[in-house]
Design a binder for this molecule. Structure first.
Ligand code: FAD
Length: 459
C-alpha cells in the first residue's frame, strides 16, 4: 500500500489529529534510549482497544510492520522501527480503569506512567512494586514489554510477577483476554510468555496489576566501602544469611562523583563504593535484621554505615540512585548501559574483569546497579560523535556481556535484547533454542509484522 493511502486509512480510524507523519514528527520517533536510529513511516495515537484492533487489522492486511511504544526509554533499541511501518504510541491510553482494593488489583491502560500509578496507589495505602529507576517517565506498557525490574525487585520480583492479566490485540486485530484476578488460570501461561516479549507477539491494551499493602516500616542505610570487593562480598553474605532486603543497590566512585556534581546527596567521594540497603515490612524484628546487616558490613571492613533518620534523608539517598544514569552526562556526553546478570557470588570477579576490559578499550566505566540481583549495569561513557569511540563502545559492550555469560550469568537482567544484543543471544542460546523461539514468534505473528528485527536473531 502506498504511504499516503496508509496515512488516510489510519486517519479514518483515529482521526487526522492523531496521525503524525511530518519529517519532524518521524525524526522524533526515530530514537529511544539506545544508540540506534531509524524512522517509522507513520505514527498513530489510538484512544481505545477498538482503534488498536482496527490498526492491526489494516497492518496485517497490508503486511506493514507495527511497533508499540510507551515512552521510548528502553535501553536496547526496542522502539527503533528498523523496518519502518507504523508506530503505535500509547500516550492517549493512559487511564487507570479500576482500583479493586478488596481483590488487591488495579486495571490500567498501557500508557499510564509507572510513578503516577504508584503515587495514586500509595495514597490508598498500597504499592505497585516494580520500580524501574526510569519510573517518572516509563509506562506500564513499556514495563510489560521489557519485564522491567528496579531496586525493589530483589524482594518483590520483576514486572512478570505483578501483571496477572491482560487484554491483548493480536496480529490480525483479534482481541483476547488472558490471565485475570484469580490466583491460577487454566491453559497455557500466556502472561509468562507475553510479559518481556518486547512487543514482538502482541499489543497489551489493558493490564491487571497486583497491589501489595504499603510496608508499615522502612529502614534505609548507606554502607561505605574502601574496595568494590568488600561491598560485593557484603551483598552475597547478607543474602546467604537468609535476609532478603527490599533493596541492595551498589554505586561506585565514578558514578558517586557524577551524582554529587548534579544532585548533592553527600556521597563519600573518597570511598570506592556505597551500598544502599533498604529493609521494609513489619517493624517487629527489623532492628534485629539491621544489626545483623551491620555485623556483616563490619566483617567486610565497612568504613561506616549511615542510617537515614527520616523520610527526607531517605528521599535524598534515593534521588542520588535514581538520578545516577542522567548524572554521568557530567563525565562524557553519552553512555551505553550494559545489562548483564551473574550469580551474586561472582560479582567481585566479574566487576574486576569488566573494569579491565574498559581499560583495554580506553573507555571509562561507572557502575550503578542492582547488586542484590547480581544485575550489573556498567555504564560505558563516551562521545557519540566520535565514530572510533562508538565502535570501541559496541565492542566493549559485547565483551562485557561475554564476561557475564562465561561467569554462568546471562545477557540481560531487565533491559531485554531488543536490537542491541541480537548477536549476543548466541552467548546463551544454541541453534535449537533460537529455532524454538522463532517457532513461537511465527505461531503468534505469522506475517512477522510485530516489531520485526528484534529479540530473536534472524537465521
Ligand atoms: C535513566 C534510565 C533508567 C532506567 N532504569 C531502569 C531500571 O531500573 N529497570 C529497568 O528494568 N529498566 C530501566 N530502564 C529501561 C526502561 O526505562 C524500561 O525498559 C521501561 O520499562 C521502558 O518503558 P517505556 O514506557 O519507555 O517503554 P518503551 O521504551 O516505549 O518500550 C519498551 C518495549 O515495550 C514494548 N511495548 C510498549 N508498549 C507496549 C504495549 N502496550 N504492548 C506490548 N509491548 C509494548 C515496545 O515495543 C518495546 O519493545 C531505564 C532507562 C533509563 C533511560
Amino acid at each position: 500500500m502506498d504511504r499516503q493511502d496508509l496515512i488516510m486509512q489510519l486517519q479514518e480510524i483515529v482521526g487526522p489529529e492523531n496521525v503524525l507523519s511530518s519529517d519532524v514528527d518521524l525524526e522524533l520517533y526515530s530514537y529511544d534510549a539506545s544508540l540506534d536510529r531509524a524512522r517509522p513511516d507513520v505514527v498513530v495515537l489510538p484512544d481505545c482497544t477498538e482503534q488498536v484492533s482496527r490498526i492491526m487489522a489494516l497492518a496485517y492486511k497490508e503486511k506493514v510492520p507495527v511497533l508499540g511504544r510507551g515512552s521510548g526509554t528502553n535501553l536496547t533499541g526496542g522502539t527503533i522501527p528498523v523496518k519502518g511501518g507504523i508506530v503505535v504510541h500509547f500516550s492517549r491510553m493512559n487511564r487507570i480503569l479500576e482500583v479493586d482494593l478488596p481483590n488487591r488489583t488495579v486495571t490500567v491502560e498501557p500508557g499510564v506512567i509507572t510513578l503516577d500509578l504508584q503515587t495514586e496507589m500509595l495514597k490508598k495505602g498500597f504499592v505497585y512494586a516494580p520500580d524501574p529507576a526510569s519510573q517518572k517517565v516509563s509506562t506500564i506498557g513499556g514495563n510489560f514489554g521489557e519485564d522491567s525490574g528496579g531496586p525493589h525487585c530483589l524482594k518483590y520480583g520483576t514486572t512478570t510477577n505483578h501483571i496477572i492479566g491482560a487484554e491483548i490485540v493480536l496480529y490480525d486485530g483479534t482481541v483476547i483476554q488472558t490471565g485475570g484476578k484469580t490466583q491460577d488460570n487454566p491453559g497455557y501461561d500466556l502472561m509468562g510468555l507475553l510479559v518481556g516479549s518486547e512487543g514482538t507477539l502482541g499489543l497489551a491494551t489493558k493490564m491487571i496489576l497486583k497491589l501489595l499493602r504499603a510496608p508499615e516500616a522502612v529502614k534505609t542505610m548507606l554502607a561505605i566501602f574502601e574496595t568494590i570487593e568488600d561491598g560485593a562480598n557484603t551483598v552475597s553474605e547478607i543474602i546467604a544469611e537468609g535476609i532478603i532486603p527490599a533493596t541492595l543497590e551498589m554505586m561506585d566512585n565514578i558514578v558517586m562523583r557524577a551524582v554529587e556534581e548534579t544532585i548533592k546527596v553527600g556521597y563519600p567521594l573518597d570511598a570506592a563504593c556505597v551500598l544502599i540497603i533498604e529493609l521494609d515490612g513489619m517493624p517487629d524484628g527489623m532492628d534485629k535484621k539491621a544489626e545483623l546487616i551491620m555485623e556483616i558490613c563490619k566483617r567486610n571492613r565497612v568504613r561506616e554505615v549511615k542510617l537515614a533518620r527520616n523520610e527526607a534523608e531517605r528521599a535524598i539517598l534515593w534521588a542520588g540512585r535514581k538520578g545516577a544514569f542522567g548524572s554521568v552526562g557530567q563525565v562524557r556526553p553519552s553512555y551505553l548501559c550494559c545489562d548483564g546478570t551473574v550469580p551474586r557470588t561472582k560479582l567481585p570477579e566479574v566487576l574486576a574483569k569488566v573494569m579491565e576490559a574498559g581499560k583495554k578499550y580506553q573507555l571509562p566505566i561507572g557502575n550503578v546497579f542492582h547488586a542484590g540481583d547480581g544485575n550489573l549495569h556498567p555504564l560505558i561513557m563516551f562521545d557519540e560523535r566520535d565514530p572510533d569511540e562508538l565502535d570501541r563502545v559496541r565492542k566493549l559492550g559485547t565483551e562485557i556481556l561475554k564476561i557475564c555469560a562465561d561467569a554462568g550469568g546471562t545477557i540481560s537482567g531487565e533491559h531485554g535484547v531488543g536490537l542491541e544484543k541480537l548477536k549476543e543471544t548466541r552467548f546463551i542460546f544454541n541453534d535449537q533454542d533460537l529455532k524454538f523461539e522463532r517457532t513461537i514468534k511465527t505461531a503468534m505473528d505469522p506475517a512477522g509484522i510485530f516489531n520485526p528485527g528484534k529479540m530473536i536473531p534472524e537465521t
